[in-house]
Design a protein around this ligand. Structure first.
Ligand SMILES: O=C(O)[C@H](O)[C@@H](O)[C@H](O)[C@H](O)COP(=O)(O)O
Length: 273
């Protein structure tokens, strides 16, 4: 009998911080990506019925990109008014423009190029994190992105970021989200963005939103698939952080909570089933 974490029940439980938390478990990674894509498009439609613009933060990683690819082929994609949507990133690998390993490159290929070409997404609404083609260091990239975020922030908001309607995050097997890794100095970064070095997940240099910026989101959605995520998903869901950054040193994903709601979208393997 394994003494590992027990299976995660898909249930609505009180949030550990500001908002409610919901765990939804799907049979496999393919269904998870399909469901996350439909949920994302539907959420954008719902938000557009009450306000504009809509701000969505994208993530890298296999599940994150697969979700975008499924959105690209969904009939719902034509229902969204993309002229009122702004797309951001939670983190970016500090690589030259067009590098196939950039989260931006993969997102453009999966969905964004089609949205610009066919669905009226303005090119200026795609806010990529700068890399070495534009700045000299991850810190410069972080500062430039913080300035871009501030352009869309409400007055007096700290950190100066838009009220993200949906902030998507993948989760690594070590519990990292964005480029915020266990025991890493980026965990305690303040402000909106941080330059990251010595990332345990290659490439070593990155730009990332901070937990302060992540927690400014109305909804945070963590999408994770695979048995290698089960231990950290269970640890994160069992960790009450109440928004205390230090509490997430070992399990960064525990600190990724939204102001209104935190969604954990898992496949059965990541839920320990
Ligand atoms: O730049 C990155 O690599 C991602 O932003 C990273 O945070 C990713 O989302 C997780 O590592 C999960 O990746 P997988 O879904 O591929 O496991």
């Amino acid at each position: 009998m394994s003494d590992g974490p027990g299976p995660i029940a898909g249930s609505v439980r009180p949030g550990v911080a500001a908002g409610a938390r919901l765990v939804v478990v799907h049979p496999d990674a393919g269904v998870l990506a399909e469901a996350a894509a439909a949920r994302l498009l539907t959420r954008i439609l719902d938000v557009q019925s009450v306000r504009s613009p809509v701000h969505v933060v994208l993530t890298g990683g296999t599940v994150g990109i697969r979700t975008l690819a499924r959105a690209a082929v969904s009939p719902l994609v034509t229902a969204v008014d993309w002229s009122g949507v702004h797309l951001w990133w939670g983190d970016e690998r500090f690589l030259p423009d067009g590098d196939p390993d950039r989260n931006e490159t993969q997102a453009r290929e999966a969905l964004l190029d089609a949205l610009v070409a066919e669905q009226g997404l303005p090119v200026e609404n795609v806010h990529a994190m700068p890399g070495p083609s534009a700045v000299g260091s991850p810190e410069e990239g972080a500062a430039a992105y913080a300035a871009e975020l501030a352009r869309f922030a409400g007055d007096g908001v700290a950190p100066a970021v838009p009220a993200f309607d949906v902030l998507l995050l993948g989760m690594g097997p070590d519990g990292h989200v964005a480029s915020l890794f266990p025991g890493h100095e980026g965990l305690g970064a303040t402000g909106a963005t941080a330059g990251v070095h010595h990332s345990p997940k290659p490439p070593p240099e990155r730009v990332s939103l901070t937990f302060e910026a992540i927690r400014a989101a109305r909804e945070v959605w963590i999408v994770a698939a695979g048995a290698e995520k089960a231990a950290q998903a269970a640890a994160a869901l069992g960790t009450a952080t109440n928004g205390v950054p230090g509490a997430v040193t070992d399990v960064p994903a525990a600190g990724a909570v939204g102001r209104s709601r935190t969604l954990w979208l898992l496949d059965a393997a990541a839920a320990g089933r």
